[in-house]
Unconditional design. Sequence first.
Length: 155
Amino acid sequence: MEIVLRRRHDDGEATVGSLSIDGEQQCDTLEDQWQEVKKSGETRIPAGKYQVELKPVGTSRFDKSAKKNMGKYHNGMLRLVDVPGFTEILIHTGNTEKHTAGCILVGLGVGKDEAGHHTVKNSWTAYRKIYPPIAEAIRARERVTIHIIDGDREA
C-alpha cells in the first residue's frame, strides 16, 4: 500500500495537504510549517518516503480517545518509521497546528482559525475513513509506505 501526502500550502504556522491511498484521494492533512532549522514540536518532517507501522496499544497518549472513537477497530496508532531527526511521528486526529507537535493530522475540509492559519475539519470522520484499510494492510504484513511530497515548495 502506498499513501501519498502532497503538501499544498504553508501559511508560516501550518501546512495543509492532501492524502491519497493507492491513488485515491482520501482526506486533507494538517502539519506544522516548514522551517530550515528544526524546532521541536513546531516543524514538519522532511519530505520523503517512510514506512508506516502500528504503534502497540497502550504506548500512546492517543490510545484512549482512539479506542473510544474506533472501538474494536483500534489496533494501535499509525506511526512513521525512521524519520531523520524526528521520533514518534503519528497520523492522528486534531484540528489546528497546536494539535500537531510534528505529527500529521487528518480531516475532511480545511478552514482558518481566528488568526487566519490553516485548520482541518471533521478529523474523526477522516480518521475513521483512512485507519481501517491502513491498519488492515499492516496487520496482513503488507508493506505500507507514505510518500510525502513538498508540493508547496515546488517552483
